[in-house]
Write a protein of this length. Structure first.
Lengths: 482, 102, 118
């Protein structure tokens, strides 16, 4: 007897295969290349190749790999976000690691593996693949956050991230088990059709499974009240790692969260998760902004700010409409440029012997390095949501979707929160432009575009913040096809 | 001889998972916390196998294969981080590892 | 039915009872004259030496961790082996890719000096 052999349909998985294969290549090259900086550029080449492949697949391939993976427009868009983040993360790391005397080959290989996990998450059409992608991403990130072995806070961050991350993974896994119990399948589309096809409107087992999955996601994307690890980890990890994971891990979490909610738990459970998402969004953005107000450490401040932004993104999901999804996608792209850019500046300002930067380190930055200060100013304004920068449009789209979905209170709360956030973002700007530099100013790298990799990263992020802010239509047109 | 009903396995899985979850929250030794996370993972494995048998589908067992490996990878990475932590702090108590605050 | 498990239960009870009797009875009946040789830890005939708790070199843990990883990857060979005949060449190629990836990890570990005890 010959069982039916799987039909190999690898086309939708090309981006994933390129990134994974390239990661292995970087790993092997590490054994023979003495000049570790070259490995960073090798990895960067891989990211660019994967981006080209992703664009070539646009607007999506309908077929999938045994119904386990899908490369529709949404997955490809997320791929681009991940690859952009990866490229920025690599550019930042190449220089940062050199300066910190941490230049090692496995850093680049691990970053690529983490990227592969994110891509797998965005393309997953089966909860098992979601779990595998999640673990591939997380485990690589645990190691990356502890990659500065001489620094206590780096190891501490790695340990905290690891304990809470795997704790969350266990919840996530139990959620998968209960969903499987309710629907008899781990395939998202099959779960969706089974749950909506059955007579019982609210299967308690499926509801429990959904809540456990939400707890798992809540940890991964740092929603209040599952956010406690975030500031510690973002502050303790090497800044180049923070720049990468603050965006990548969050985007990947939202990519899967959207898919799980919209395809598996819709429409039967829509009213349930809309309520939960709206409440979580409200709590998350309010708490994130309030906690950020009192921070003196810039990495920690940006950590709380990233919690607040997770809340804004969740507003788009709570809208439960195509408009909301598009708003969310736009928001994540904007968030990628703004946050990765801000952390890249933090990398540049950081002293050699420290692993973090206080607000005082930014005092007088405008005099010492005007271009760097200007870039940070752009990121801060964009994070507040000042027009015409990209952050304004992202908030506009998300809040408009909320209003259309009869969640006007959430939109109002979001706007109030943005006003609140202006206070601490402006604090950074005040330090840079109005304060005199301290007695021993931080030794930020001279900002020379096209001369240093870090400067290139800052420049690219700043350019995207402005250009996509002036012409948001380019992205919106792209998203209409999703 | 009659089979043990699936409910019992599910119940055992739920109990073990809860013990693990409470253990992570209550215990302060990182090694014990690691063991508790392992316990949670294995409780889910038990649930998956029991469900796979009940539903007559292979998915449950296939998932377990992957989970076992993922759990092992997690624990390996966790222990490696713990060794580093021990090298720097000479402790495995989470309360003594609290440099990052605010 | 549960009634079928009663013999097992009886066996459990018997085993426990015998163990308890064997431990409790001598305490009442036999004379007790402890000497150095008698109270020493029993090591199957070898003379005990040193403390049971001592620091193991860190290289030992490293190799143990690597062992866990490579040991567990073998788990994927089992389902593959069951359907090896049906999968024909396809299965062979798939396993070839899998093994190649494992070898990459092995070579990496080897070249990086992961197997050396320092």
């Amino acid at each position: 007897m010959r069982p039916q052999l799987p039909t190999l349909d690898l086309v939708p998985l090309y981006p994933l295969l390129v990134v994974t294969g390239w990661a292995v290549l970087v790993l092997l090259a590490d054994l023979f290349v003495q000049h570790k900086r070259a490995l960073g550029y090798l990895a960067l080449t891989g990211v660019i190749v994967a981006a080209v492949v992703t664009v070539a697949l646009w607007p999506g391939v309908p077929t999938s790999f045994q119904n386990m993976a899908i490369s529709d427009g949404q997955a490809l868009f997320f791929n681009l976000v991940f690859l952009v983040t990866g490229a920025l993360g690599l550019l930042v790391a190449i220089e940062y690691l050199e300066r910190k005397d941490l230049q090692r080959g496995e850093y680049y290989a691990l970053l690529m593996f983490s990227l592969a996990g994110m891509i797998a998450m965005a393309a997953a059409e089966d909860l098992l693949i979601v779990f595998l992608g999640l673990e591939m991403m997380s485990v690589a990130l645990y190691v990356l956050s502890g990659s500065n072995q001489r620094d206590m806070s780096s190891i501490e961050a790695a340990m905290k991230y690891f304990i809470l991350g795997s704790f969350a993974s266990a919840f996530f896994l139990y959620g998968i088990a209960l969903t499987y119990a309710a629907a008899g399948s781990t395939n998202l589309a099959q779960i969706g059709s089974w749950l909506s096809g059955r007579g019982i409107p609210k299967d308690p087992v499926a509801l429990t499974g959904l809540s456990l999955l939400l707890v798992g996601f809540g940890f991964k994307v740092a929603l209040v009240p599952f956010h406690w690890w975030t500031p510690d980890v973002y502050q303790g990890a090497p800044t180049s790692v923070t720049a990468f994971m603050s965006v990548g891990a969050k985007a990947a979490g939202f990519a899967t969260l959207t898919r799980v909610l919209y395809s598996a738990f819709s429409p039967t459970f829509t009213t349930d998760w809309v309520t939960v998402a709206a409440v979580l969004a409200a709590v998350t953005m309010t708490f994130g902004n309030l906690a950020a107000l009192v921070q003196r450490d810039v990495k920690r401040l940006l950590g709380y700010s990233s919690i607040a932004h997770a809340g804004y993104v969740l507003v788009g999901i709570a809208a439960a409409s195509p408009v909301g999804v598009r708003g969310m996608l736009f928001y994540i792209l904007a968030y990628a440029f703004m946050t990765a850019g801000a952390f890249a500046v933090a990398c540049a300002v950081e002293r050699r012997e420290q692993s973090t930067t206080t607000l005082a380190d930014y005092a007088g930055l405008a005099q010492r390095s005007p271009l760097l200060a200007a870039a940070m100013l752009l990121f801060m304004l964009s994070l507040i949501g000042i027009p015409p920068l990209i952050g304004f449009w992202s908030k506009l789209f998300v809040f408009r979707a909320a209003v259309e979905a009869n969640l006007a209170w959430l939109a109002v709360l979001g706007v109030l929160n943005s006003a609140l956030s202006a206070y601490y973002y402006a604090g950074v700007v005040v330090q840079m432009y109005l304060r005199e530099p301290g007695r021993s100013p931080a030794e930020e790298v001279a900002f020379r575009p096209w001369r240093s990799a870090l400067a290139v990263a800052v420049f690219l992020a700043a350019a995207a913040t402005v250009v996509l802010g002036l012409w948001p239509g380019a992205v919106v047109n792209l998203l209409m096809g999703v | 001889m009659q089979d043990v009903p699936t409910t019992w396995f599910l119940l055992l899985g739920a109990i073990l998972f809860t013990i693990g979850a409470v253990g992570v929250l209550v215990r302060r030794n990182i090694l014990v916390m690691l063991m508790c996370i392992e316990l949670m993972m294995n409780a889910v494995n038990l649930t998956f196998v029991a469900l796979g048998r009940e539903l007559g589908s292979l998915t449950g067992q296939v998932v377990v294969f992957f989970t076992i490996v993922v759990a092992a990878v997690e624990v390996t990475v966790g222990l490696a981080i713990l060794i580093e932590l021990n090298r720097l702090y000479q402790t495995a108590d989470v309360d003594e590892v609290a440099g990052l605050k605010g | 039915m549960l009634i079928e498990f009663i013999p097992v239960l009886v066996l459990f009870a018997l085993a426990t009872a015998i163990a308890v009797i064997a431990l409790v009875l001598p305490a009442f009946l036999g004379p007790r004259r402890p000497s150095r040789a008698k109270i020493e830890t029993y090591e199957s005939g070898k003379l005990p030496y040193g403390d049971a708790r001592y620091k193991v070199p860190i290289g030992y843990y490293k190799i143990a961790l690597l062992f866990v990883i490579f040991d567990l990857e073998v788990i994927f060979f089992y389902p593959w082996a069951v359907v090896l005949r049906q999968l024909h060449v396809f299965g062979l190629i798939e396993m070839g890719i899998f093994t190649a990836l494992l070898v990459v990890g092995y070579v990496y570990e080897w070249k990086k000096g992961g197997f050396e005890m320092e």
